[in-house]
Structure formats: C-alpha cells, structure tokens
Write a protein that binds this ligand. Structure first.
Ligand code: FAD
Length: 388
C-alpha cells in the first residue's frame, strides 16, 4: 500500500465533500449532460456547505483557508465522478478583487460572494481573434465621464449565464499606443444583471461537454468607473496572478479525474471475467492501469508543491503551469486506459466513463494549452530563445 498525498491533507474536508457528492450520482450528471443543463442543485449544495468560499478570508465571511484546501475540495468532487466546472470559478475569480480591489470593493462584494448571494464565476479574457495572445485583445473601454463604454467580443466565457458579476479584461489604451504590449489593459467588474440587454448579449456555445460556455457581444455597454479594479492600464499583471490559482485548481480537478478513472478501471478489471479469469490478471490490462496510477501520483506531487508555494506567497508561475500540464496529461491517459479496460462498456453512458473522458479532455486546452506551457518553461525557466 502507498499513502496518496491527498490522504494527508484536509481529511475532514475531503470526507464532507465525498458525502455531499454521494447525493449526486452518475444518473444526475447523465441527465444534465444529455440536455446540457446547469447543475443548479449541486452548485446550491456546495454553496450552502461553504466549500466555494474556502479562499475568502474570515473577515469577509469565508473560511480563510489556502489553495491546498480549495484543491482538496475540487479533487474530491472530481474523484467522486462529479464536475466542479460549473462553479469552480466562484472559488478563485474573487481573488482579483481580494488582491487588487479597493477596500470599498472588498467590503461591498466579498461578504456577498462568501454567502453565495452574489455569483462571481465568469471571467472574460479570450477573444476570437487574439486567442492565447492576450495582449492582442481588442475589446475596448473608452472613458466617458464617470463611465467606461465597452465594445467588442469575447469567446468561451464560461458560466456567463449563471453569474451575477464578471471579471472582464479590456483595453483602455490601444496596443500600439501603450508603452509595452502588456500595458493599457484594465480589469472591470461587470454587473451582468444590469448589462444583459443593455449593451451585452450572451450567446451559448454547444460543446462536447456540459460546460455552460458562451460568446459575449459588447455594444456600447456602460460600466461605472468605480467598477475598475486596481489602476487603469495595469490589469494584465492582475490577471496573471489569478491565473496561477486557476491552473493549480484545474490541475487538482485533473488529479481527481485521474483517480476516478484508476478507481473505476481497477474495480472493473478485478470484476470482469473473460476466458475464465479476471481481465485484471492479464499484465496487458494491469500494467496500463498501474502506469496511469504512477503518473497521477507524480503529477499530484507537483500540484501540491505549486499550491504550497502559492499559499506561502512565493513565486509559483512555473510550478502552476507544470502542475497543470502534468495533471491534465495524466488524467487524459488514465481516461483512455479506463475506456480500454471497460471494452465496449467504456462507451456506455450509464458507466459515466465516456462523460468523464470528454470532460477531462478540456484541460489540455483550457485554461491554457500544453504548447503554451512548454513555451513558458522553455523560455522562462530554461532561458531558451523565444519563438514568438
Ligand atoms: C469549454 C471551454 C471553456 C473556456 N472557458 C473560458 C473562460 O471562462 N474564460 C476565458 O477567457 N476563456 C475560456 N476558454 C478559452 C481557453 O482558455 C482557450 O481556448 C485556450 O487558452 C486556448 O486558446 P485558443 O482557443 O484561442 O487557441 P489558440 O491560441 O488559437 O491556439 C490553438 C492551438 O495552437 C497552439 N499554439 C498557438 N500559438 C502557438 C505557438 N506560438 N507555439 C506553439 N503552439 C501554439 C495552442 O497551443 C493551441 O493548441 C475556454 C475554452 C473552452 C474550450
């Protein structure tokens, strides 16, 4: 027997999350998946249990715990066969207000977010033409008196239809006029309740998984100046900070997915008898499962390291990226092994494996694709010449 790293951190939280997830079995997710419906009951249960506010300091009504605790919550959700994608951003998007907002903004928003009265789980960065090259976003906010007037387009803004507020990345100065490409970018907090129909249109995008993602169209949307977070023009560095938290937490979801696949594959391989023996007795079946287990454990070590660095307020950009890459690749390989182990049943909806297979594939593309992580490590860690 080995001790999984996860067994050592926050056992009470893990137990409580597992019990909660027990009320949301495969049939619940299968029904939602068919109609691409938002898991409202699951998100409500998580909100009421306080698990979505673990990162909010106690003075604002949260539990005041660190990223390692948040990672434990999301890992267990995913290991249980559930999916945190519908609400994980409610945990970390508020970090932009917490770290860079004014005292008034923190006092106004954080207690309501902690209670779940306000949902801040939409984060609009990606645009159709700029892709991963964030400094080339063109959604523009021009100042007019005590408002910004926003025009442009975002794509893949997940949960926009299920969020009261959105953290929106805009240009307040054209790229060609800015001192550096990363300057002249600002962060606005958009109140979606006022915005929809008054300059903001949301169009859902149907994808291979049930993720509630959308396209946003801004046509002269007016946002009060007091909704600017931090200093105008400095927004790029604010979001980089939040992205580290996001990458570590997504990586912890991948670890949960990976363990789900290994648990399921192992159980099935012991149980399924073909040619008068359990299929798991064949090394051709057991070795891939063992390899998947090893790769997930290795990735979990990096996720833990990145989370601990983040919680110690030490630089963790490279570790967050490496954790996300290793964990997303390990979960994807485990998914493939799990399907293979199940033979035909791997494709049957009622086993949940094909659903989790589709869900875990996302994380090699979003929130950052593998190539961009490799490029970061090549140029920022190894000091190799930049290719772009
Ligand atoms: C379901 C879903 C939900 C999402 N949710 C959100 C959200 O809530 N908010 C948000 O802002 N965004 C969101 N995204 C967007 C996501 O972060 C991007 O899709 C992702 O960062 C990749 O960007 P892109 O799609 O523009 O790909 P591109 O930048 O167009 O890249 C396409 C491919 O080319 C590769 N590539 C590009 N340039 C290079 C290079 N120089 N060298 C090597 N390879 C390169 C990339 O690695 C990638 O594989 C979501 C995406 C999906 C699919």
């Amino acid at each position: 027997m080995t001790t999984e790293l996860s067994d050592q951190s926050y056992p009470e939280i893990r137990d409580a999350v597992r019990r909660l997830c027990g009320n949301f079995p495969g049939e619940y997710w299968q029904a939602l998946d068919r109609t691409r419906t938002y898991p409202t009951e699951f998100v409500t249960a998580l909100t009421e249990s306080g698990f979505l506010s673990v990162l909010i300091p106690e003075e604002y009504g949260g539990s005041g715990l660190g990223l390692t605790a948040a990672a434990a919550v999301l890992e267990e959700i995913h290991r249980s066969g559930c999916n945190g994608g519908a609400c994980h951003a409610q945990m970390y998007t508020m970090g932009t207000i917490l770290k860079h907002g004014s005292l008034e903004q923190k006092q106004l928003y954080l207690p309501q977010i902690a209670k779940g009265d306000l949902r801040l789980q939409a984060f609009g960065v990606t645009e159709p033409t700029s892709g991963t090259d964030t400094t080339r976003i063109s959604t523009f906010a021009r100042r007019e008196g005590d408002h910004y007037v926003v025009s442009g387009q975002k794509i893949w803004t997940s949960r926009a239809e299920h969020s009261d507020l959105m953290v929106l990345l805009v240009r307040t100065e054209k790229r060609e006029d800015a001192a550096r490409p990363s300057k002249g970018i600002s962060v606005l907090l958009v109140d979606m309740r006022d915005a929809v129909g008054n300059g903001l249109t949301i169009r859902p995008i149907r994808t291979m998984l049930n993720h509630g993602t959308t396209e946003l169209f801004f046509d002269e949307l007016r946002v009060p100046v007091e909704n600017l977070i931090g200093t105008e023009g400095e927004g790029f560095k604010y979001i980089l900070d939040g992205m580290n938290a996001e990458r570590v937490l997504i990586a912890s979801e991948c670890i949960g997915d990976g363990r789900f696949f290994v648990d399921r594959a192992t159980a099935y391989a012991k149980d399924r008898v073909v040619f008068d023996r359990a299929i798991g007795q064949n090394q051709g079946v057991q070795f891939p499962i063992a390899r998947a287990y090893i790769e997930i454990e290795a990735a979990a070590g990096m996720v833990d390291k990145a989370a601990q660095l983040f919680d110690s307020e030490l630089p963790c950009g490279s570790e967050a990226n490496m954790a996300k890459m290793l964990a997303s690749e390990a979960s994807w390989k485990a998914a493939d092994v799990c399907v293979q182990t199940h033979g035909g049943f791997g494709f049957a909806e009622e086993y949940d494996i094909e659903r989790k297979f589709r869900e875990t594939r996302l994380y090699q593309v979003a929130p950052i694709s593998t190539n961009l992580i490799l490029s970061h490590v090549a140029t920022h860690v190894l000091d190799l010449p930049k290719s772009f």
